[in-house]
Design a binder for this molecule. Sequence first.
Ligand SMILES: Nc1ncnc2c1ncn2[C@@H]1O[C@H](COP(=O)(O)OP(=O)(O)O)[C@@H](O)[C@H]1O
Ligand SMILES: N[C@@H](CCC(=O)OP(=O)(O)O)C(=O)O
Length: 369
Amino acid sequence: MSKTIVVKIGTSSLTQPETGQLAISTIAILAETLSHLRRQGHQVILVSSGAVGVGCARLGLTERPKAIALKQAVAAVGQGRLIRVYDDLFTTLQQPIAQVLLTRSDLVQRSRYLNIYNTFKELLELGVIPVVNENDTVAVEELKFGDNDTLSALVASLVHADWLFLLTDVDRLYSADPRFVPDAQPIALVSSIKELEELQVQTGTQGSQWGTGGMVTKISAARIATAAGVRTVITEGKCPQNIEKILQGEPIGTHFEPHLEPTSARKRWIAYGLVPSGKLYLDEGAVVAISQAGKSLLAAGITALAGEFDAQDAVLLCDSKGNEIARGIVNYSKAELQQICGRHSSEIPVILGYEGAETVVHRDNLVLT
Ligand SMILES: Nc1ncnc2c1ncn2[C@@H]1O[C@H](COP(=O)(O)OP(=O)(O)O)[C@@H](O)[C@H]1O
Ligand SMILES: N[C@@H](CCC(=O)OP(=O)(O)O)C(=O)O
């Protein structure tokens, strides 16, 4: 049966660690594997990092730039090279590709989010493999995906993919970073993100020399994708041919089982497409009401506010310690909420002098995270 498959490959797999030059044989096998999957009738999207790494190699820079303007300039050099190499290889295999460069702000507005969905749908129906990256050259720091693991999970969620493959420079997830902990234990299957929390996997703080997010961002990508019903696999980028073996059932890499009842498309957009600009602290009763009873958030349960937000912005809902429990679209601005938080809904018209919404975040606009 035809499946929708998103494959993300990181800089650490696309380039030679010593020189930063392209790992041509890996990219060639990747192109062969993805073209083969297309010929079998699957729909395939490639999310490829490498713009900064390839740009550095082209310009003779020996480490990833930290200054934003330099990184953006280098990415402009590298992205062109990268897509040229992909197009040459895929064209040899008679497989058309498309370049899709996205920024976080493209997903924030619902109409633009749906527009991107339509473009992907059209490309997939045309039999094209979209090659996606963050538009590093124009992305502004406050509104960035920051890493392509997150971007690939959002793309997988957007297109309702069946599979997300995160190709990296380790063969799977371990109980701790195998670079530093030689007896770290391999993990083959994660049946739920809760189980992962129980396993207390240590991920360190950094990726490899050229990668950005390390394992932390892959796990958070798995969280986003599995919540959208996408089976996620972390596996070795050196062997892209393993993707086909995994699809045939071979136990390679670390598998994250998808949620059986995925969150609806609109709620996924609220949870992961929008960028929260404020934070509401809730009392215990409100935490129980929204997380266990599926209720809307009322002003009475809010104890404190942080950040700056207007009505209809996205906000985080946290317990008294600041741990995130949900996200949602708020019906009041911060200035209004400052006047009504902790108060009963019936008091709102008197305090504000007008009839506002009864709920602060309606349950239809609220997602547990
Ligand atoms: N628990 C862990 N299991 C496996 N790898 C880990 C873990 N914690 C950290 N890592 C590190 O994450 C790195 C992969 O991340 P990164 O360099 O960002 O790759 P990519 O460029 O593929 O995105 C690996 O080289 C590995 O050393
Ligand atoms: N958009 C950036 C990649 C960012 C990123 O996530 O890199 P990686 O950790 O190698 O997957 C680039 O093309 O260089």
